[in-house]
Design a protein around this ligand. Structure first.
Ligand SMILES: [Zn+2]
Length: 268
């Protein structure tokens, strides 16, 4: 019976994946992500029910818009597929079975899905535009606070840990509002700080530390290679301004999270 449960969870996952692609496309354009009907970005034609089935529409339409024939980018398909796989893998790693499903397990799983949604939308927008959107950061802060309230209800001994996160969020929020008007490029850095804080709340300090170290190392190597390649060329370029930090953090964070969950070494 359990495989039916996993197929059901996979179906929910690809549906969320479909929503993520829509959010990544619309949030930077400040379009409504909940109400407005989906349409083809090229010809503007409203999409029908059969154009909107995650994964399958892409396959059966041959990666093309039914109305104008414009190519649909494989990114949509990849995000949907990876979301479906993550939803399924997470439920598997949390030992979901039909007979042992408890409410607390479902709530824990739900919080991790809210977090995964944050990571995918944040990373997707960063990959596309090298931006961290305020609305996405704020969504991260809200779910992090809800999660800490939930954890506090379960075990009130960790109150100091949550207090520290709330203070760090508040400081970052105040700093970003003070300095934002003067230095617009700082906005990105504050978006990254919010992202790291939200990561730490959900995946714990070990996973977050591993994430930070691996991303810093790979960026250092990337910048070194670019520097060697460009030794003689003028003008000087600032390659760091092209690095999609949020995207890299998101990918390695989810990878470490899965790895540690799979090895039963996960802890907050
Ligand atoms: Zn079209």
């Amino acid at each position: 019976m359990d495989y039916i449960l996993y197929i059901f969870i996979f179906a929910i996952g690809i549906t969320f994946g479909s929503f993520y692609t829509l959010a990544v496309y619309r949030i930077p354009k400040t379009q409504d992500i909940l109400h407005t009907h989906s349409y083809c970005p090229k010809c503007g034609h409203k999409l029908g029910f059969f154009d909107l089935i995650p994964l399958f529409s892409y396959i059966f339409l041959g990666a093309k818009c039914r109305y104008c024939g414009d190519k649909i980018r494989p990114r949509y398909f990849i995000i949907e597929l990876l979301s479906g796989l993550f939803f399924m893998l997470l439920s598997f790693l949390m030992n979901f079975t039909v007979s042992t499903l408890t409410l607390s397990k479902i709530i824990e799983y739900g919080f991790m899905i809210l977090y995964f949604s944050f990571v995918v939308i944040m990373a997707g927008i960063d990959k596309e535009y090298r931006q961290i959107q305020d609305s996405v950061s704020y969504y991260g802060i809200i779910i992090a606070i809800l999660y800490m309230v939930y954890l506090y209800i379960l075990d009130s001994t960790n109150i100091y840990r949550y207090g520290i996160y709330v203070i760090l969020y508040a400081i970052t929020l105040i700093m970003s509002n003070i300095t934002f008007r003067k230095y617009a490029k700082n906005k990105y850095i504050y978006g990254i700080i919010f992202t790291i804080l939200t990561m730490a709340v959900f995946t714990g300090k070990y996973v977050t530390a591993l994430t930070g170290i691996s991303v810093s190392l790979s960026i250092a190597i990337y910048l070194l290679i670019k520097k060697i390649q460009n030794r003689k060329k003028l003008p000087k370029q600032n390659y760091f301004q092209k690095v999609q930090l949020g995207f890299l953090l998101g990918i390695s964070n989810i990878a470490f999270l899965i790895y540690l969950l799979a090895h039963n070494q996960y802890m907050l």
